[in-house]
Design a binder for this molecule. Sequence first.
Ligand code: BGC
Length: 693
Amino acid sequence: MRRVLTKNGYDREDVIQDGNRFLLGNGHLGYRGTLEEHDKDDLTGFILAGVYDQHEDDWRENLSLPNPLHFRVYQDDEEISLRTKAPLSHEVQLDIEKALFHRHTEFEPFALSSMRLLSHDDDSLLLEEITLRANKGGTFRLEYGLDRDIADMHGPHFRETWVEIGANCILFHGKTNEGKTLHVRAYYEGIEGEYDGKTRFFSKTLTLKEGEETSLRIIAKVCEEDESTAFRNSGFEDLKSRSIQAFQKKLSAIAVEIDGDEELDFEMAYSIYHALILGDEKRVRSIAARGVSGQTYKGAIFWDTEIFLLPFYVLANPIIARNLLLYRINTLEGALTKAKSLGFEGAYYAWESQDSGLEACRADNVTDPVTGETVITYFGTKQIHISADIAYAFDRYIEATGDASILEEGGTRVLLEIARFFLNYARADEDGVYHIDDVIGPDEYHERIDDEAFTLGMARRVQQTILRRVDPEKLDEESRGLYQRIISAKWASPKEKEGIYEEFDGYFALEDVDVAMLKKRVKNPQDYWGGKNGIATKTTVIKQADVIALLALCPEDYDLQTVRKNYIYYFSRTEHGSSLSASMHSLLAVRLGRLEEAYDFLRASSGIDLRGANKLYAGGVYIGGTHPAANAGAYLGLIYGFLGFRQKQGKVTLDVHLPSHIRKVRFYFMNQGTRYEGLAYQDGHYEIKEAKQ
Ligand code: BGC
């Protein structure tokens, strides 16, 4: 079983993608898989989740911290690093079972190795050990310390910074534009350097004999506001082994082994790693669309979390799943404010949500790659399905965990306010049937459309959730009145022709082309296909699973015949321009017995960050980073798709349909507070038992 990602050789062109591929994270912090000699031009990133800042009237985004792992080697005043020299050999590794990053680089005069981790035991800690071994005797000058020149997408975010320098220690304080103070304390052990005020790094000149080694150990601690930067330094090795143990414990709840397909086995483990390094058990925070891999999408939380990551965390760690919902409870005020500001009642959650829940999405989200002009989009004001997706997540969490206490902690109010919003946004026709006008569905290429299938289906689902989960007896009078209105509402069904749902009113009348045909019209690969003048806007080509997503999320509501017809119809018209699309297709393809296709979709999802074939730019805007929803989606495709996993009131059943080359799948999951082991075989039989400790 392979559990280490290894890359040999160095190509400057790959540095940014490798920063994503070799990312470390622990829910609270992220450290991109860049190297010690790299700097902001290489997108070195020490990322803090959940804290945001706005510089002037630029995009508000999550924070990138100063980099404590800066390390460069000079000989005769010449820098010898991957920035300046071709190495004799170079290898990086990510151990996805221990959450460790390694590098080993051979230059002629010396070899440089490092081991790095973000602690899973104390999530404020970043550790690194760097070893320099002389291949030839010589004198080397080492430069190391905290690089304060930060790669910000929309910064600078620290309006004021000051440092305290101790013996082998730097304490950085930064005050953000919004007035938050953050601290990074970095200790450098093993080498006694002098602080050089000019370079703002430590410097040490050493003479090493051939074969002689020297090591530097770095322990950096990140603190917010008035948290103390002190910590119990039980020693580097102890801190390292605690982190490994803590990560292995997390992993043991969700690990998967696939017998008969080594590539998928590795990709699945890799996807699980990338999803698992994002959950925060200690804080009520949510997970950003690009996780902790940078500042893409402003570090904001989208529907990706509720639809893809929450079902993953329900099985991996229900405490984190609960935190994701508590975050939506805590940001209800933001959703009420957003609705009000647009003239609506109830909870309209932010399409791009940050700490307060206010809308972070802007009309200037997309630019024309050629002219640089803004392409106006309406994601933030019209993508109302976000609120229904959140209600869906509450339902799914309660179904899977049996924990209805979330309702008492504010969940009921969230559900009712979401339903209030939908009733208020919708229009009742002369028969009193509710329609939804002027929205955007998951297929963002078609804007401001009426009776969008996914949105209608999910609005109906909000109603069903309230019927199932909310006890009217426990409500006050006003809420009881609202409850009555919610449950008695009649929602329009999406229009259909011969069993195929029309994605929105007028969709079938658009120019009917498929994706292959449309691609021929692309002028610039960075072009945005939607918006007013996008090449897809007036055609039937859609960005991602839309009707298909609805059918995948509500399997019990749509029969096989309907699924088949819609799947076939939308297949050639879907661009998969979003990484969210493939796993939805995989789920339905299994239902239809199209196992090979399902497998290809699964691999598209599980290999997304490994292959890095996804778009890096959309409409001139950098959208790179890891893809947590696709990472979790790959897992969901396997478990809910190929294994047919169902969890009802604590009872788990499978309905196994594996591609013919997969012999067996072993998987672990949490159910009602207990860790279980499942085994599913090629012939369809399976076993579920409590896992041994
Ligand atoms: C997709 C959205 C998604 C967002 C963040 C967009 O490209 O169309 O559905 O929520 O990316 O992942």
